[in-house]
Design a protein around this ligand. Structure first.
Ligand code: CO
Length: 224
């Protein structure tokens, strides 16, 4: 079998880019990397979608060292996902971030596949979590309009659901129980305009979680 000759030059471009980027950083601030290498103290944990169009640091103009990031397909927070839970635990207990934001985005391919019940392979099992949310909020999703609007509505509902999942982790519950300052937010990013919308489900204690959650879902009826 003939081996496909993957272009070496494309990766060389990336390495060239990297050298240029590093030298530009040093030109701006000579101790940039020295300072970063010694301490990591970000104030934020970003839980977002793996989508290549949603680059976390870039969107909120934060430098290396300022944003702790976890991304997976469709920004799902599952209570048995050791990877995501470990990120949350490390961020909250070791880095002591002040904010966790779950950041979905409109037009999410994972959400669309879940809604249309597409068969893509192994990932269908992961997206089953999204289908559960769709079933839970079927009437709200269907009332959104055409299929694109339904996808966007489900993107919003997914953020609200996953934000609540973050709040319900033992890590966040324990942090609040010991009065550690920690806010959890639900945001959604627009691929078309580059803007983030706050879905107003910010929680900073175990009090009134169901109330905030309920209001956030109700507000969706009028916001699209
Ligand atoms: Co996505």
């Amino acid at each position: 079998m003939e081996r496909t000759n993957l272009s070496m030059s494309s990766l060389k471009n990336l390495l060239d880019n990297n050298r240029q980027w590093a030298s530009e950083r040093i030109a701006q601030q000579s101790d940039f990397f020295k300072r970063l290498a010694n301490i990591q103290k970000p104030a934020y944990l970003w839980i977002g979608c793996s989508d290549s169009r949603v680059p976390a640091n870039e969107i909120v103009a934060l430098d290396p060292g300022e944003l702790f990031v976890h991304r997976n397909v469709a920004n799902v927070v599952v209570h048995t996902d050791l990877n995501c839970l470990s990120v949350i635990q490390y961020a909250v207990e070791v880095l002591t971030v002040k904010h966790i934001m779950v950041v979905g985005h409109y037009g999410c391919g994972g959400i669309r596949s879940a809604l249309l019940n597409n068969r893509l392979g192994l990932i269908d099992n992961w997206l089953r979590h999204i289908q559960d949310i769709n079933q839970k909020y079927r009437s709200i999703v269907q009332a959104a309009g055409d299929i694109n609007q339904q996808v966007d509505r489900l993107c919003e509902l997914n953020v609200i659901e996953q934000t609540l999942n973050v709040c319900e982790t033992t890590v966040v519950q324990d942090a609040w129980a010991r009065n550690q300052p920690l806010q959890v937010h639900g945001w959604i990013y627009g691929l078309n305009d580059g803007l983030i919308r706050d879905l107003k489900i910010t929680m900073d204690s175990a009090d009134d979680m169901p109330g905030i959650y309920k209001r956030a879902v109700e507000d969706l009826h009028i916001s699209l």
